[in-house]
Design a protein around this ligand. Structure first.
Ligand SMILES: Nc1ncnc2c1ncn2[C@@H]1O[C@H](COP(=O)(O)OP(=O)(O)OP(=O)(O)O)[C@@H](O)[C@H]1O
Ligand SMILES: [Mg+2]
Length: 506
């Protein structure tokens, strides 16, 4: 046998061995073993099979002998050594793309080179197949990561919303429960609720009613909205509950999204605007009537005085009765005059002279005026005044009038002897931009339903002749005129706190 035929037989053996190896294994290890077969069979000093990575551009080497330095990927084909007299560089082409490169170094001329070219052809589809499956696995992993990121992002969006949000499916099971629903006094952690029927979690409402609400959305496909009031210590909060139908695909409603938004502030402002409008209208009406009533009152008073002057002309037997009648007329005229004056106070065009005023001084002035009030003496009076408060732009007499009304009401609300009146001053409002004076009592308090009515003119619960019901409405008007707010907080039986907020001067 000549050397050439021996070489040719060797080359055939080599190709056969590679073909058998690739047939029996489609793993990556096979590539390393092909490199080893080639090194010995061609022969070559080293063989490297560069395989394109799933990410696309770079190439990973499978070398024989195994490279002394750790295998590293090459960024591009260009980085792979060029062919020369002793080196062979064979691209692995499959369906028009280069899936890898076979590089043999230290190759003797002879049939080994031709065998290497055939092996390159055998290798290419195998490498392509490995790459394809790796590409797929890679893509699946990338996609999974994207989906996970997207899910995290959506979760963050839902959790960042300043509203409570939860989602139920057709079995009324909770699927989503956002962060806002985990916080607060009624908060429950999502781990405890997701997957459970909503009726087991939201027990404040009856299950039947809740179910009916969801059913209505499932059936009609229409969004619903309603406002509810929830009792709490600070005077109730209002929530706007929206139920929104959701379709996961198809026509059927698959889920209902429920959003609960705290609209308490909106309600308070709305109520205040209504109140102001009502009081303004009453004020206008009152001012008109006052003119009409003042004159007749003056006439009645004058006539009563004239009658009194002529009492001597009445027969002696009737004089006593006449005197009594005239006294009653006088008293009632005076009462009417007081009401008229009060109403005028309330409706008088505002815009009195104002100057920078220290509220603590106003409080002390009010105490000074009330010191001699008999009922006042029987109360425990406590001052909690904050020093160094900013001044407010105000009419001091009017502020005294306001505090006096509030304190007299407080005194009226408490039983003589066992009441405590606390007057505080401090910073309040948004970012402490307001000065607040608080008048707190331990009296009978005011039922929730009455708390807006008390500011209306003539609303009184005091016995006939005791109160006119004008005190608070006048206070309200004065505080409004000072660009401030007058608020009440009360729990029946536990007393009431009135707060006067006034904008602080810089
Ligand atoms: N501190 C308080 N505690 C309990 N109820 C109060 C308090 N302040 C006011 N009210 C209620 O509000 C009503 C209206 O108060 P307002 O000061 O306007 O009128 P009044 O005190 O009844 O009469 P007036 O002040 O004209 O003499 C009172 O009759 C009372 O029912
Ligand atoms: Mg009063």
């Amino acid at each position: 046998m000549t050397e050439a035929t021996a070489g040719a037989a060797g080359a055939l053996d080599l190709v056969g061995a590679v073909a058998r190896l690739l047939n029996s294994s489609d793993s990556k290890d096979a590539i390393g073993r092909v490199a080893e077969l080639l090194r010995r069979g061609v022969p070559a000093t080293s063989v490297t099979i560069w395989v394109r990575q799933p990410s696309g551009a770079a190439f990973t080497p499978f070398a024989a002998p195994p490279s002394p330095t750790p295998p590293f990927p090459r960024p591009t084909l260009e980085g792979i050594p060029e062919a020369d007299a002793s080196a062979v560089r064979l691209p692995l082409e499959h369906e028009g793309t280069t899936v890898g490169v076979l590089v043999l170094e230290g190759v003797e001329p002879g049939p080994g080179r031709a065998a290497a070219a055939i092996v390159a052809d055998l290798l290419a589809p195998h490498v392509a197949l490995i790459e394809l499956s790796e590409d797929l696995a890679f893509e699946v992993a990338v996609r999974a990561r994207q989906i996970e990121e997207q899910r995290r992002f959506t979760g963050l969006v839902i959790d960042s919303l300043p509203v409570g949000l939860y989602v139920v499916d057709r079995e009324y099971r909770i699927q989503i429960w956002n962060r806002k629903r985990e916080t607060g006094t009624q908060g429950v952690h999502r781990d405890e609720v997701v997957g459970r029927p909503v009726f087991e979690v939201l027990t404040r409402q009856s299950a039947d009613q809740l179910k009916a609400e969801f059913d209505q959305i499932f059936e009609s496909g229409q969004m619903s909205q309603m406002d509810i009031e929830v009792d709490d210590a600070a005077g109730g909060r209002f929530y706007r509950i929206s139920k929104i139908p959701m379709r996961l695909g198809g026509d059927q409603i698959s889920h209902v999204i429920t959003i609960g938004e705290d609209v308490t502030e909106w309600y308070r402002i709305h109520r205040r605007i209504m109140q102001n409008e009502k009081l303004a209208a009453v004020g206008q009406l009152a001012a008109g009537i006052m003119h009409e009533i003042n004159n007749p009152l003056a006439t009645i008073g004058a006539c009563a005085a004239a009658l009194e002057g002529r009492l001597a002309e009445v027969p002696a037997a009737a004089q006593g009765a006449f005197k009594e009648y005239i006294a009653i007329i006088d008293k009632e005229v005076e009462r009417c005059t007081n009401i008229v004056d009060g109403l005028l106070d309330f409706s008088r065009p505002k815009g009195v002279q104002k100057s920078p005023v220290a509220v603590n001084t106003v409080i002390e002035d009010t105490f000074f005026l009330l010191k001699h009030h008999t009922r006042f003496k029987k109360m425990t009076v406590q001052r909690e005044l904050t020093d160094g408060l900013p001044l407010v732009l105000a009419n001091a007499e009017q502020l005294v009038q306001v505090l006096m009304s509030l304190m007299l009401n407080a005194v009226d609300a408490m039983e003589a002897g066992n009441g405590r009146l606390t007057v505080r001053s401090g910073l309040g409002g948004h970012r402490g931009a307001e000065v607040v004076v608080e008048v707190q009592d331990t009296g009978m308090g005011i039922p929730r339903a009455e708390q807006t009515k008390i500011f209306e003119p003539f609303y009184t619960t005091k016995p006939q002749g005791r109160g006119t019901g004008l005190g608070l409405s006048i206070c309200y008007g004065i505080v409004e005129d000072h660009r401030g707010r007058l608020e009440v907080e009360s729990q029946p039986g536990l007393g009431a706190t009135f707060r006067v907020f006034l904008p602080a001067l810089p």
